[in-house]
Design a protein around this ligand. Structure first.
Ligand code: BYC
Length: 318
């Protein structure tokens, strides 16, 4: 039967059956409005995070300790910009324009990842971001690569490949510093002391306080809950820390044989909510940088439009 003859209820049931069977939803397929809206929210926020994520690391490009480190960092920051673009394109398939998404971001209506509201104070922070922040992103995004929405899942496959390089380069920076002088070891430890807890917050609030998880899990956009992914990240990161002699700043971190997981201390949720509501250490600075970049980039957008129009009129004239 053609789907044109189905009622709204039948369409919704058919959609849920498809999700249950593990089918992938594509842009032209019928989808409930709430599914579309939730995806727009989550994907656009993800895209904004990638773009804001360029700022803390971009801050160190001119101060990288060698030409090799500078070239690698430059490439990484460029990759993050690319990730933002793939995800913006993926989000546009849901019927929202780039302008609307940017408006949501620049007016502060849409969020971006809390982690990028922390400052990068020393070179070891580049290691901490690669190892912990990209490490957390990989745990989250490897699962999103199997999510129910085709354009998002495909963007994630490519992004995860690049994030794996980022993760390795971060770990390598820290491993090198941990073999260096006492001052270098201290810098590495200081970076981890500052970035460990914020990287756990990247996975979102605990499950009992996550208003969007119910729908997203039902629709297989999320395949695991915030707490499950956070635990997965902790379990794989603790041995990596031990391997290079870095101490994670949580006295309660302990292997629990019965659970097959590491136990850990409580996350400071007050800090998390402050940061996501605009009161983190760098929120104002990050938003100002992005707003300034948008204003300063106006001539580029105008030039692209003028170029397209010129091409079109040349075609008509030919
Ligand atoms: N930061 O119901 P919940 C990268 C918000 S960048 C800020 O659990 P959901 C990289 C949440 O949006 C990778 N806000 O939400 C780049 C919601 O608020 P709204 C970034 C957060 O969506 C450069 C409210 O809290 N990754 O890798 O079910 C250099 C309630 O939360 C955060 C992604 O974006 C947070 N941490 O789950 C290096 C991954 N957590 O929208 C690396 C895609 C929660 O209702 N996103 N909120 O106002 C996701 O997987 C999910 O959106 C989350 C949250 C797990 C983050």
């Amino acid at each position: 039967m053609s789907i044109k003859n189905l009622t709204e209820e039948e369409l919704e049931k058919r959609f849920h059956d498809r999700i249950e069977k593990g089918e992938i939803i594509e842009p032209k397929d019928w989808m409930p409005e709430r599914y579309r809206k939730q995806l727009i929210r989550m994907m656009s926020q993800h895209a904004h995070s990638e773009v804001v994520g360029m700022l803390p690391e971009g801050n160190w490009i001119t101060r990288a300790p060698s030409l090799r480190r500078k070239a690698v960092l430059l490439a990484k920051v460029q990759d993050e910009g690319g990730h933002g673009l793939y995800i913006y394109c993926g989000t546009e398939t849901l019927g929202i324009s780039r302008e609307e998404m940017l408006d949501g971001f620049l007016t502060g209506k849409a969020k971006y990842s809390s982690i990028f509201n922390y400052p990068t104070l020393n070179w070891a922070d580049m290691g901490a971001i690669g190892w912990l922040v990209d490490g957390a992103a990989i745990v989250n995004q490897t699962v999103l690569a199997k999510c129910s929405y085709g354009p998002y899942s495909r963007a994630m496959v490519r992004i995860c490949k690049e994030e794996n390089f980022h993760h390795k380069q971060g770990y390598e920076i820290l491993a090198t510093m941990m073999k260096g002088t006492d001052a270098q070891k201290q810098m590495a430890q200081d970076a981890i002391n500052r970035f460990w807890w914020p990287s756990l917050m990247m996975f979102g609030p605990s499950d009992k306080d996550s208003p969007n998880s119910g729908d997203l899990l039902k629709w297989k956009v999320k395949l695991f809950s915030n707490d499950e992914l956070r635990q997965r990240f902790i379990d794989r990161t603790v041995p990596q820390a031990e391997n290079i002699g870095i101490k994670l700043p949580d006295p309660l971190l302990k292997w629990n044989e019965a659970k097959g997981h590491y136990d850990h201390g409580d996350i400071n949720w007050e800090e998390f909510y402050n940061v996501i509501n605009g009161r983190g250490p760098c929120n104002k600075q990050r938003m100002k940088q992005r707003r300034d970049a948008h204003i300063n980039g106006e001539w580029v957008r105008d030039a692209v439009v003028a170029h397209e129009e010129k091409k079109k009129s040349e075609k008509v004239a030919a």
